[in-house]
Design a protein around this ligand. Structure first.
Ligand SMILES: Nc1ncnc2c1ncn2[C@@H]1O[C@H](COP(=O)(O)OP(=O)(O)OP(=O)(O)O)[C@@H](O)[C@H]1O
Ligand SMILES: [Mg+2]
Length: 357
């Protein structure tokens, strides 16, 4: 971001602080953290704010414009906001233009992100085991590890080494248990710090979307980092998503965060195919009774509130941890958890089949 003219340092500081309070609709982060502000110029009591090009619909843009205008008003500034390459507009001007069309991934029929508001609720576990369950049914499935901050897919699938490049300069996915897999964890040295700033994340994520030789896939499952940050933003802006799965645990905190994730998809016009409740209950290995140690019915409640299907629960089960750690997902085996994931895979395929073409 650059600031022009001879505005005082003090005013500049206040403007930056004010812009830092404008949250991007549906996301945790503000427009500065998401690196959306190109520059601003103050002229008397007017300020022209130039934002980066924004591929969002008019409603989202208008919310950003309104946010900037009202954040700068207390400083006595009347703001005119423009987005990359547009003509200047008067304050409160309405952005009516359509967002740039989303670009599909060549050869990929259905894009299914797996998201959650809160960390550690089991997105990666669910992504890996769903992919395994789909592959076991003979479905052509890919798994894209989009957790660029802490990729766990390589460990969960027992993968190491690095992705090869094709002659055309495309990344070649690893092939494991009948699943095609791409992970940032297989692109960088083990142990290298994963510190990415907003614009780098956007570039990296675009590469992971479009520069991979997937071949033909029925389903591409995407394991997301937790929350509603820049990876999610790039995702909803760039790709025609078939529908997302939101993972939660039954605790209230996780449910509140699940609501944030569901709202983010709703705000960006992305279908949520269903909510999955992980660590839903515990089956006593001795008496085989179910106990709901983290509470009961939370995922169902959120699904009713958001009017999104409830896809089912996955029990808390020690073997899920062990099998994840040793790279042999539990759904590979012949056990009751594998049956649950097979059922979830069926529900996912049904939900996709019901969507209008
Ligand atoms: N149903 C379950 N029963 C027992 N342990 C589980 C279950 N699901 C996940 N776990 C364990 O919980 C931990 C977190 O799971 P996982 O890594 O899948 O979560 P995540 O949502 O992907 O986390 P992050 O937000 O860090 O990416 C892992 O150690 C995993 O083995
Ligand atoms: Mg994860």
């Amino acid at each position: 971001m650059s600031q022009q003219s001879n505005q005082s340092d003090e005013l500049q500081g206040k403007i930056i602080a004010a812009l830092g309070t404008v949250r991007y609709p549906g996301f945790d982060k503000d427009i500065l953290a998401l690196d959306m502000v190109e520059e601003f110029t103050v002229d008397g009591d007017s300020i022209a704010v130039v934002m980066k090009r924004l591929d969002a619909d008019g409603n989202v843009k208008q919310q950003v414009v309104d946010g900037v205008v009202s954040a700068l008003k207390p400083l006595g500034l009347s703001a005119a906001v423009t987005f990359g390459g547009e003509q200047k507009k008067e304050p409160h001007a309405h952005g009516r233009e359509q967002p740039a069309p989303k670009k599909p991934i060549e050869g990929v029929k259905h894009i299914i992100p797996v998201a959650s508001g809160k960390g550690g609720v089991g997105k990666s576990t669910a992504s890996v085991n769903l992919a395994v369950a789909l592959a076991k049914k003979g479905v052509k499935v890919g798994l894209l590890d989009l957790d660029v901050y802490g990729p766990s897919i390589p460990t969960m699938l027992g993968l190491s080494g690095q992705h090869a490049m094709s002659k055309e300069g495309k990344l070649i996915p690893a092939d494991k248990f009948g699943i095609k897999v791409i992970s940032i964890g297989l692109m960088i040295d083990k142990g290298a710090p994963l510190i990415w700033r907003g614009p780098m994340v956007a570039r990296l994520v675009k590469q992971l979307f479009y520069d991979v030789a997937w071949g033909e896939l029925d389903y591409l499952i995407m394991d997301l980092p937790p929350g509603t940050g820049d990876v999610q933003l790039s995702l909803v802006q760039s790709l025609p998503i078939t529908g997302a799965l939101v993972i939660t645990t039954p605790q209230d905190v996780a449910l509140r965060d699940a609501e944030k994730a569901v709202n983010m998809f709703a705000q960006t016009g992305t279908t949520v195919l269903g909510i999955v409740e992980n660590m839903s209950y515990f089956i006593c290995p001795h008496c085989k009774k179910e106990s709901h140690i983290f509470g009961k019915g939370g995922g169902m409640k959120e699904s009713k509130r958001a009017n999104v299907p409830f896809m089912g629960g996955i029990p808390l089960e020690g073997r899920i941890v062990d099998t994840g750690d040793c790279g042999e997902p539990i759904a590979l085996g012949d056990n009751e958890i594998a049956v649950i994931f097979s059922g979830l895979a069926d529900k996912l395929m049904q939900a996709v089949g019901k969507l209008p073409a």
